[in-house]
Design a binder for this molecule. Sequence first.
Ligand code: 1GP
Length: 234
Amino acid sequence: SAIYTSFTNAKKKGVKQLAILIDPEDFDPKNTLEFLNKIPKTTTHLFVGGSTATKFQTETIVNIFKQFSKLPVVLFPGDAKQITNKADALLFLSLFSGDNPEYLINQQVKAVKSLQESTMEVIPTAYLLIDGGARSAVERVSNTKPMAQNDIKKIIHTALAGQYSGKKLVYLEAGSGAKNRVSNQIILSVSKALNIPLIVGGGIRSAHELEEVFKMGADIVVIGTAFEQNIFVS
Ligand code: 1GP
């Protein structure tokens, strides 16, 4: 459980962690070294996954980053078919914000066969989709509604339902490329309520926002689009 232990140790010490997300569907392996050079030196993890990537695309990208970087590679799959044992760990996501059984339990059952064949670390994660101001890929693919940003009480209760269900992480997701990231008030109140690590992602595009999200209580921040599209403001 090396990766999860690194999450909890960092949380205990108040050390913030930054994961850079690579969507295997959009990433050209030719750009690997250039990409590794431009992401912040403070990056602690590489997350690999996307809403509609194939297993072949995912495995190709995981192998390339394992070869060229020492950073741990964590799968963040949109579908059970993406699971490859070439990564260091897997966020085993359940979409707690929605009521689609496919993403609450059926995909998880479908994932078991590949997990039985591997020794990869599995990290149970309650995944909450929050309204990011535009229809996200997660909303489209999962066919669930995001939680309204002003429904703070329900968001806190859903995150705590994750913790009480034994999830080891809570992930607040505004959707890749979100217009509005998860609000300060949500991050502050959810992080206060939880005692497991909190991940926040979706729509974070600048060093200033990154700092603010950390300050509000996120333990791990995930940034994808801003580095993928070279629009991160440092
Ligand atoms: C998406 O939370 C991640 O699943 C990251 O979002 O691409 O907007 O950075 P961005």
